[in-house]
Design a binder for this molecule. Structure first.
Ligand code: JNB
Length: 826
């Protein structure tokens, strides 16, 4: 049976999931992996020992899972994302393995406390915001649903920057999350792929006399794999997230030897290894950066090579079966070059003809769009592509030529249409439109919420939709209930389980069984107690970190997300200033004691966003220092928003601010996490808010403002923000105070330009929605005065959030896009 030199899969008995075997394992790990004994070990040493012991238990299952997939010979899903916002992994792994109590007990035997160690784990922030966190939630759900799914990404040494607030301003610091090593990862120093850049393209005739192309004189960087285990919830399925790190090529050694330039050669090696040093912050000023394009190509080239290697190992050289065995999901356009790289390998390395290669490529790939905003769409200068990826550019031209021929065939002579659909933007220095490339190279293209998908069909991809009406589908986002409720909010999770059992964690629809509890006073009381516990915990954290006392009995009004003009933190600030003015004007006015909590990072080069952070701090300083605000209004900005901070804030929220200009937020996922934790939604009819409102019922959410159609119409018909300002005295007062330096007396002009730009243009219709927003906030305050009514709505919100599990999202992808089914194994 066994081929010589090749062992049969090593028969594994799983390591024990009991306290006794873990107690033994911890000592073993500490001594043999960490090299310390009990007297010298630090808390971090203990943390790493625990992680190693847990990792052992995961890798056994991961190997077994891979064997099951290979044995079944099923189609694999490859999720390609430049970003993963993983956060901490230990708590999640212990819950998924149902191993928490045992771990706590084993550590107690050594006098260590699990929670204290958990707090030392680095928060893996290999992403910017929603898109990166969605990728992490999708991995969790693929494993939980026992789907043969692999994540692929980049092992950045520096993830998203650490945000510090200095004198009210954001300052960015590099965050070296690998400083102490990553105890979770398995480096695979033999899993290497060469990736090429630069050079030129040669043509030649093959044996059959056909014209072929060769990419030559390139520089080479090596991609090395690092694997992270992705455990499913209460299943033996453990999938893999494979991250690529850059390693210098051996070629450089040879060249140095020949040229006698040893030190120069080492420098060049170090230079090429910088490729994966840093994650780019989502930042329009960073566009067109060569290193970013290099990262994208490096990532997709290594990934596509790895996918083909696994395919060929299992199925041999019959590449016609590729779409039956491989499904590649592109998380936005960042990995869209995978389409071109796959096409290139099929043509140039495997000798397929164009029609076959293109057909296989398109049937293999699918693309998720996450934004419609023109400035956020990737476009790469043709000149840069020409220099870095000449063969790829050639292929893009050929894809485009054939595509435009098809368009012209259907709409002869429609030059405007051709110009609009072309993969090449001819205006202002030619560039490649990555969204167009991703669209034509995919068999499915999806939006991430119903409204977003409709707007894709009607706006950005209108012409494409006319050509291929079946291609665009909707897959509304979701979030994993494991991390975002079960792990982050123990008080509420326990309360829910005590009522409806534990099954909801893996089947969130079961939350519907909570509905009757909303009508029971005792349950509402218990719900309030759970919420109160989370709020007290956050109050402790805010006091420790910021020295600000907040009242757990006040309304926690929470807006946490990246700072962006379209998300309209400014609208929130205008409400705060208005409330402040009302409270000052009338000492007896008591709408509801409110704590406004904001958090989020601004892209380092996004000046307005950073100014908004500063304004929040300036307003907070004045409000919090005013004795008249005591017990009535507090404003808090929690620094360095990341997954871990989200886990602290979200369970404590009463009110969830989702107030983007309608038509701008593709979906939003914070809205789902907050709803799941019993926060009531105040929001516009944008993104997933619409579907949340539909699910939880109109009476249980607070909606306001223009909808997407009205916003578009207003802009089209001439919008005059200054007229709103003149017509609305409270708005005028708030803006005048900000503009005049009421909150920045040391520098009265600090916000003059910001306010002027609102008056002159107000791209995101802040002034247009102001009045309705403030009125809506008043309804919120009135509702808050009836605690029982409020908690009734909050419980109903939780009960009706079942649809927003990423398990449902992944099932939708499996059905509508990937065509895969669960692979059970023992
Ligand atoms: C993002 C995101 C967008 C662009 C870059 C990085 N998008 C990240 C968000 C949408 C949300 C939606 C989530 C998940 O679908 O996070 O995706 O819920 O509405 O805003 C980016 C990074 C680097 C370069 C260029 C763009």
């Amino acid at each position: 049976m066994a081929t010589p030199g090749r062992l049969r899969p090593f028969p594994l008995g799983y390591l024990g999931l009991d306290a006794a075997s873990l107690t033994e394992a911890l000592a073993d790990k500490l001594v043999h992996d960490i090299g310390k004994d009990g007297t010298h070990a630090t808390d971090r040493d203990w943390l790493h020992a625990v992680i190693r012991a847990v990792r052992d238990r995961l890798i056994e299952r991961a190997l077994e899972t891979e064997r099951a997939y290979a044995a079944a010979g099923v189609r694999r899903v490859y999720y390609l994302s430049m970003e993963y916002l993983l956060g901490r992994a230990l708590g999640n792994a212990l819950l998924n393995l149902d191993f928490e109590e045992e771990t706590r007990a084993a550590l107690a035997a050594y006098g260590r406390e699990l929670e204290a160690l958990e707090g030392l784990e680095e928060d893996a922030a290999l992403g910017n915001g929603g898109l990166g966190r969605l990728a992490a939630c999708i991995l969790d759900s693929m494993a939980t649903l026992r789907l043969p799914g692999y994540g692929y990404g980049i092992r950045y040494e520096y993830g998203l920057f650490r945000q510090r607030i200095e004198n009210g301003e954001q300052v960015e610091y590099p965050e070296s999350w690998l400083r102490y090593g990553n105890p979770w990862e398995f480096p695979r120093p033999e899993r290497l792929y060469p990736v090429h850049f630069g050079g030129r393209v040669e043509s030649y005739r093959d044996a059959a006399g056909r014209l072929r192309f060769r990419w030559v004189d390139t520089e080479e960087v090596i991609a090395m794999a690092y694997d992270l285990p992705v455990p499913g919830w209460r299943t033996n399925t453990v999938n893999t997230l494979r991250l690529w790190g850059a390693k210098a090529s051996r070629e450089l050694d040879l060249r140095a030897f020949n040229a006698g330039e040893y030190v120069r050669a080492v420098e060049r090696k170090i230079e090429s290894e910088k490729l994966t040093a840093v994650l780019y912050p989502d930042d329009t000023t960073e566009r067109g950066r060569e290193l970013r394009l290099r990262q994208e190509h490096f990532f997709v080239s290594a990934t596509v090579q790895d996918i083909l290697a696994r395919f060929r190992q299992e199925h041999g050289d019959d590449l016609a079966r590729l779409p039956d065995k491989v499904s590649i999901q592109l998380n936005d356009t960042h990995p869209a070059l995978a389409i071109v790289e796959l096409l290139r390998l099929l043509l140039d390395e495997h000798g397929l003809d164009w029609d076959t290669a293109w057909d296989l490529t398109r049937r293999t790939c699918s693309y998720t769009n996450h934004t419609l905003m023109p400035e956020a769409l990737e476009r790469w200068p043709v000149a840069l592509m020409e220099r870095l990826l000449p063969r790829h550019l050639q292929l893009i031209y050929e894809i485009n030529r054939r595509f435009l021929e098809e368009v012209n065939h259907r709409h002869p002579g429609d030059v405007t249409r051709l110009r609009a659909l072309s993969l090449i933007d001819e205006e202002g220095g030619r560039s490649v439109r990555m969204a167009h490339l991703a669209f034509v190279g995919s068999h499915r293209v999806n939006g991430v919420a119903r409204l977003h998908t409709r707007l894709m069909r009607e706006t950005l991809f209108r012409g494409f939709h006319e050509l291929w009406p079946e291609r665009i589908v909707n897959v509304t986002n979701g979030v994993t209930p494991r991390r975002w409720l079960h792990h982050a909010n123990r008080p509420l999770a326990s309360l829910i389980s005590s009522r409806i059992g534990h099954g909801w964690v893996g089947a969130l629809e079961q939350l519907a069984r909570l509905e009757p509890a909303a009508e029971e006073a005792a349950f509402r009381e218990a719900f309030r107690a759970a919420k109160r516990a989370c709020k007290a915990r956050l109050a402790d954290l805010v006091r420790e970190r910021l020295g600000i006392a907040i009242d757990p009995d006040s309304l926690y009004d929470v807006q946490v997300k990246r700072i962006h003009e379209y998300k309209r933190q400014l609208l929130n600030v205008l409400h705060v200033v208005t409330l402040y003015n009302r409270l000052r004007a009338d000492p007896h006015y008591e709408p509801a004691p409110r704590t406004v909590i904001l958090a989020g990072k601004a892209a380092p080069g996004y000046r307005v966003a950073k100014l908004i952070i500063r304004l929040i701090h300036d307003v907070a300083a004045v409000v919090n220092a005013d004795p008249a605000m005591r017990g009535r209004l507090r404003v808090v900005f929690v620094p360095n928003y990341d997954v871990t901070t989200a886990e602290d804030i979200i369970p404590a929220a009463d009110l969830s601010e989702q107030i983007s200009t309608a038509g701008t937020e593709a979906s939003g996922t914070g809205c789902m996490k907050l709803g799941l934790n019993g926060a009531l939604l105040i929001g516009t009819l944008d993104g997933a808010n619409i579907e949340i409102r539909e699910a939880v019922g109109e009476g249980n959410v607070f909606t306001f403002g223009l909808d997407a159609d009205a916003a578009a119409a207003l802009r089209a018909n001439g919008y005059h923000p200054r007229a709103r300002y003149e017509a609305e005295p409270e708005l005028k007062l708030a803006l005048d105070m900000i503009r005049g330096g009421h909150f920045s007396p040391g520098e009265p002009d600090r916000y003059a330009a910001l306010v002027e730009s609102l008056l002159a243009r107000d791209r995101y219709l802040v002034l247009a929605d102001y009045t309705d927003y403030v009125a809506c906030q008043q309804r919120v305050a009135e509702a808050w005065r009836d605690p029982d009514g409020w908690s009734r709505r909050a419980v109903l919100t939780v009960a009706r959030m079942g649809r927003f599990s990423s398990d449902r999202t992944v099932r939708d992808y499996a059905e509508r896009v990937w065509g895969v089914r669960p692979v059970p194994h023992e």
